[in-house]
Ligand binder design. Sequence first.
Ligand code: SF4
Length: 377
Amino acid sequence: MSPGGALPDLRSLARPELAALVGELGEKPFRARQLFRWLHRNGAATLDEMTDLSRPLRAALAARTSLMTLERATEQRSVDGTIKWTWRTGDGKLIESVYMPETDRKTLCVSSQVGCALGCTFCMTGTMGLARNLTPGEIVDQVHRANRRLVELGEGPAPRPLTNLVFMGMGEPLHNFDRVKAALELLLDEDGPNFSHRHVTVSTSGLVPVMRRLGEETQVKLAVSLNATTDAQRDLLMPINRRWPIGELLAACRSFPMKQGRRITFEYVLLGGVNDTDADALRLSRLVAGIPAKVNLIPYNDNPGLGFQAPAPERVEAFHRILFDRNITAVIRKNRGADIAAACGQLAAVGATGGPRRPAAPGQGAVTLTDPGGLGY
Ligand code: SF4
């Protein structure tokens, strides 16, 4: 269903639902496959594009359903090739996706919610509060609109220049798990964009009860946004830690149902003078020891008003060296798109939830989590 509308959104329907609908309209089953391919392989923006479906069928679909297509509101291009898009949803909300080209991959960072309820104090999205969950159609359409635009820009061949997806944009994906899972099924479908589950990563700030579901019900990769090595420190940076502290989070990582050869990615945003000391690096190496894992070290990007600083470059190097010396696989992530506020923690579409709230002071993050997903906290 579209967020405010009465008609079901074609883009959000699972394949069996689409097949049932086409059957109800008296059409042969192969029409459902054609329709699915138009929606999710070609990323059709309108029913009119679906020229090999009969006019009566398109008219019947138009009468019984809606077709949600995101509107491109802004496009900002970084000197490093990163592109940030702001999309407008059918009800006027703004969400963002970020394209990050590298030599061996073309990755889109996808949003899963309008804003975020979790209030991490270093994150611009966290200052906005949560407006609503995105629908499966709104999640997958970020990928479709990006693919189409990238073809126009000569970034790769139709229908899918993108090779990888990361759910690290606005929102906590596991706080909207059922819709994210429905979106993943559409994105991995061989008649849709046909992404490999090896090339799709879902990130969480530590919604421990839902992590297991992600592992059991999907085959995509897991990233955990860790960012601190003591509970006292993580409580201040990520209020969710007060509900599921580091010990419980890492226990969930150790028991995460993972395919052979897979690793969990731990994201660690280095905040100058806060979590970038040698002692932090040593604790981090002990915390992740024994977990098949890699650590992404992400030097913080300055965000006006949030009260944190970028780490000194020599601190980043020293932190990395300590992990390396203890046989922890760690990479220093390049600062991508910082000039267009597209880097990690900088996504905050102005107007998405009525504009960013006044940023929380460090250590005063929101501790009351709303629970629209019925997750029981
Ligand atoms: S870091 Fe992620 S979970 Fe935390 S507030 Fe930002 S978007 Fe939400």
